[in-house]
Ligand binder design. Sequence first.
Ligand SMILES: [Zn+2]
Length: 453
Amino acid sequence: MDENIAPQLEDLTRALGDLEKTGIRAEFDKLLAFRVPPEIAKESILRKFGGKRKVLKVKDLSASLKNFEITGRILDIGEKAIRPREGAPDGPSRLYLGVLADETGSVMFSSWKELPGSGGDVINVKNAYTRLWQNRIRLSIGEQSLVSKVSDSLLPQLSELSISPAKKLIDIGAADFSVGTVACVLQLSHREVLIRGKQSKVISGVFADETGRLPFSAWVELPGIDIGSIIRIEGAQSRMFRGMPSINILSSTKVSSIGSEDAESLAFTFESAAKDPVPLKIEEIDSRDSMFDIAAAGNVVSVRPGSGIISRCPECSRVVQKSNCRAHGKVEGIRDMRIKAILDDGTGAMSVMFPRELAEIIYGKTLEEAEQLMFSDISKDAVYEDLRRILTGRYLAVRGNASKGEYGISFVAESAWVPEDDLTVRAVELLHRLGQDEEEPGSEVSRGGMSLA
Ligand SMILES: [Zn+2]
């Protein structure tokens, strides 16, 4: 071995494991061939494959993840010939498509390179990424990814992984290629939608169990199943819908009713699952990628700029600046009102979006009244300032959907209210602190803005 590179290789082995097997040695040699000094080549490799390397399981996958490592068993693999792109005749001509599974679930993958394993083998992928493709999360293996075949004993056997696991709703991930659950139907409605120019019937609704709720859609009839039914689903797929997983029932999905006897052994009933969600700690919401139809409560610690009266494009509903839509150019905007506020409950904070109907309630002014304020005041921020004055410090409960993005949790409220119990407790606490616990707390409470409830 070249003694110039031996110490570098040693360092790399210590940090990244077997260099030959993972393909890192070849990467290193490539850099040397480009006359990169060994020390710099080592640093570059460590930056790319080491350092803040994330090791993920299938259940952790969400859209747009980059540079992570994952180990899975190939459940299925096929290949597709790709017509060379114009101007890049030397580009890859084959795309490998398949399903990769670990003990937490299975995910579709695509690879631009031939894999060192076939159906049944366990592979490790470094520098993998995810893409959203047709509303589904796909694990992507690109030119920059390193794939190696690893020990078979790392994961359960093929026969075990091939059965779509039964999960609680809270554990169903956005990437699940095939999943099962036992849940009750909380909402259900029939719609007709246009798909590729064809009218198609779709059933959509909401499932619930003792852990939470998830929306679903079915592209097949569900005979005998209605609101209140408790059903078992096998081989459904996860799809992303408005930033959160949704269960998709296809013709290949097995759906069966649970008899009343079997239903007795479940941890939920229709009645318990249909109850309004109890407020969760924001810390708990923050520990998940997304949560559907949940409640939280906290203090408004700030009202974000962009709150107040806005103008929307009549075509696409995007917010327009100076009558200019990003997609449609000059447009006659439609006025709307919204509030974006930061809610903090002591365990964490999240950004909550209140659409117009809720904004009007928590602000206590209608859009028209806010417009009057806007026109009567010389400051163009009059409504925003008014919102800040009225809302900052207020205690609110919200119900809606939460999803996590680059800037933390964003919550879209579907209802909002002042929690009465909390308000009473808090008012009593306040009175204690002020040494006025002789007084009747009720009179204080009513000043807190209960009219919102
Ligand atoms: Zn537009």
